[in-house]
Design a protein around this ligand. Structure first.
Ligand code: PRP
Ligand code: URA
Length: 211
């Protein structure tokens, strides 16, 4: 079976922003701004190969030939809570996107994800769907989310995150080899509590000022 492709986006602005996101000294307001900026740059890479079709546009002087995106519908599926932090940056590129929400919480002991909320847009079969979550750790949450969107007919799916662990990538390779992954970094490993090392800590807590 072929493996899902992993794109580590190496844009200099993204890599600098990633340092802000990782720093233990970055407080929630700056953390949220940095995640928004990173998400936009990751989404640029994740949309770089979208199909286009030719169009003509009238300038005040003449007709110019151009291209428009040949995708009629985009859907974002943030995995709550931390995925919410990526919505604004991606919406700056794709303001027309529909947004579904999936609430998942990892059990701190078993690390298994369980669902507490789900509301998806209808008719996703021809949509370009982006499942978004800054952290791909064990991959349990992303696997669950991908299964849910596929069960509702989505066929064109990409997984966007900020930091992945090798374990999470392997989990997606194993169950969803058709789903390309876009991240800013692949880190060394998971620790015994399932946190990515060096990572950034708890993304949800750092975004929203909890616990
Ligand atoms: C975190 C993170 C991911 C998930 C990744 O969520 O935001 O969704 O863990 O871990 P996994 O790859 O091992 O599943 P968490 O359950 O802590 O919820 P939160 O976003 O509400 O903090
Ligand atoms: N979730 C997080 O927020 N951080 C990690 O390192 C792993 C899972």
């Amino acid at each position: 079976m072929t493996e899902s492709s992993v794109v580590v986006v190496d844009h200099p602005l993204l890599q600098e922003t990633l340092c802000v996101i990782r720093s233990k000294d970055t407080k929630p307001p700056e953390f949220r701004r940095a995640v928004t900026q990173a998400s936009m740059l990751i989404a640029m890479a994740a949309t770089a190969d979208l199909p286009t079709r030719p169009v003509s546009v009238e300038t005040p002087l003449a007709v110019a030939k151009g291209r428009e995106v040949a995708v009629d519908d985009f859907v974002l599926i943030p995995i709550l809570r931390a995925g919410l932090g990526m919505v604004e940056g991606i919406m700056q590129l794709l303001p027309q996107a529909r947004v579904g929400h999936l609430g998942l919480e990892r059990n701190e002991t078993t690390l298994e994800a369980s669902e507490y909320y789900l509301k998806f847009p209808e008719n996703m079969a021809n949509s370009q769907v982006f499942v978004i979550d800054p952290m791909l750790a064990t991959g349990g949450s992303a696997k669950f989310a991908l299964a849910q969107v596929k069960a509702r007919g989505a066929r064109h799916i990409r997984l966007l995150g900020v930091i992945a662990a090798p374990e999470g990538i392997a989990a997606i390779h194993a169950e969803h080899p058709d789903v390309p992954i876009y991240v800013a970094a692949v880190d060394e490993r998971l620790n015994e509590k399932g946190y990515i090392v060096p990572g950034l800590g708890d993304a949800g807590d750092r975004l929203f000022g909890t616990p």
